[in-house]
Design a protein around this ligand. Structure first.
Ligand SMILES: C/C(=C\C(=O)O)CCOP(=O)(O)O
Ligand SMILES: [Mn+2]
Length: 411
């Protein structure tokens, strides 16, 4: 399993030296457009940082040691458990939270944040690894956004039993760990074992205070406790490039901060390409898996950038019967419950080309026949237009099978 440093160097990372905190956002944005990873330091910290790593589809393939979407999707979907090999904990202790880089990425963000922070917690025999953004409150305390999934449940149960939840926060973990921690696997499946399955095996070390398993080849590990205390977290620019609202979220009290200087710390630009690929790519895999069960062939699944690689998908398929496209719409919504709008196109339309997709809607779609609307569905917490429920829309922009000639795209 290559470390983030090895992967970044393979992808031709550019070394930038030290940059000022208020330049971080602009610089990452610039290099994401170029599809080039960068290695740098942020003023005030000795920790070496990596950004713009997953800023192209090819970089994601490389990270997952794959040569196509199908190969990468299969690795993410297999959910095969691999061996966790324990080695000694060799990190060096840092003075405080202030020794690592913290960045306020956008003017109205609620504070300085960590964005590549993976939380590892174990409780009652179940371990979990998942991404959660962290907002710094002071030298010992942070606020953590717990989207209602597994860590949220573990913390809720701990609070109900009047306990705190010990956690390890890992930053700069190998790619397989990052992608596995962005997956939506059943509760009880430990994402680090899935990362080990993707990579073959995974070296882990147990943290000194709480004995939590962390990837040994990571840059920073923090040990702390998720408490019952709540504070305002946010606003914070999310995948959709809007300010996610302020919520009351749990306080994380930090006990120890450790550093492994041979690995690279990771800062992900909120709402940037890397954020979209890391969160969206596993959901593409899940849509692909769901749709391929109901149509003869799925050619491409694209969670499109305008929808934050989260709310909008275009899927190209080969149909066996004309009703297949409607089933593909329903399958896509099942594969990714946060999906809001999906367009199904034929194999002659490229989902990567918005003009071709629009052409398919213009020439092959009739709303009375091809529009699927599902009201009062569960949508994404990120959608500022949703009020409790979401309306989901599916567009069947495929041509009738028997009339291919009439709908031919003439080049
Ligand atoms: C992907 C999410 C946050 C982010 O990375 O900004 C969480 C959104 O989860 P929903 O289930 O769509 O509410
Ligand atoms: Mn989980």
């Amino acid at each position: 399993m290559p470390s983030l440093r090895e992967l970044a160097e393979t992808l031709g990372a550019e070394h930038l030296g030290t940059i000022k905190k208020d330049q971080v956002t602009e610089i990452i944005k610039k290099y994401e457009k170029l599809g080039k990873p960068i290695i740098y330091k942020v003023e005030g910290s000795d920790v070496e940082v990596l950004s713009a790593l997953y800023s192209s589809r090819e970089a994601v393939w490389k990270a997952l040691d794959s040569r196509s979407d199908e190969e990468a999707y299969r690795k993410l979907l297999e959910l095969k458990k691999g061996e966790l090999k324990e080695i000694p904990f060799k990190f060096r202790e840092l003075d405080s939270l202030d020794s690592i880089p913290w960045v306020k990425f956008y003017p109205k963000d609620g504070g300085e944040y960590q964005t590549a922070s993976i939380f590892i917690a174990c409780r009652k025999g179940i371990c979990n690894s998942s991404f959660h953004r962290v907002m710094k409150l002071d030298a010992k305390r942070c606020a953590v956004r717990l989207v209602p999934r597994h860590l949220y449940t573990m913390h809720k149960e701990a609070v109900e039993e009047e306990e705190e939840l010990p956690v390890a926060v890992v930053i700069g973990a190998p790619s397989e760990v990052e992608f596995a921690s962005a997956l939506s696997v059943p509760f009880g499946t430990f994402e680090l074992e899935i990362a080990a399955g993707i990579a073959g095996s995974l070296e882990i070390a147990k943290t000194p205070l709480y004995s939590l398993p962390v990837p040994a080849r990571s840059a920073v590990v923090m040990e702390g406790r998720l408490t019952k205390e709540r504070v305002k977290e946010g606003p914070f620019v999310d995948l959709l490039h809007t300010y996610d609202k302020v919520r009351d979220e749990p306080v994380l009290v930090i006990d120890k901060v450790y550093w492994n200087p041979s690995e690279l710390f990771h800062l992900i630009l909120p709402g940037g390409r890397e954020h979209q690929y890391l969160m969206g790519y596993p959901r593409e895999a899940s849509i692909w898996d769901s749709v391929r069960k109901v149509v003869p062939k799925v050619h491409k699944v694209r969670l499109t950038p305008g929808g934050g690689m989260w709310l909008h998908a275009v899927v190209s398929v080969t149909k066996a019967s004309d009703g297949d496209a409607k089933n593909a719409i329903m399958a896509a919504f099942t594969g990714h419950p946060s999906l809001k709008h999906v367009v199904i196109v034929d194999e002659d339309v490229d989902p990567d080309d918005p003009e071709q997709v629009e052409w398919a809607i213009a020439t092959r779609f009739q709303a009375w026949r091809d529009l699927v609307v599902v009201n009062y569905a569960r949508g994404s917490s990120l959608d500022p237009s949703a009020e409790g429920y979401t309306s989901k829309v599916g567009i069947d922009a495929t041509a009738p099978i028997k009339e291919k000639e009439k709908f031919e795209r003439v080049e």
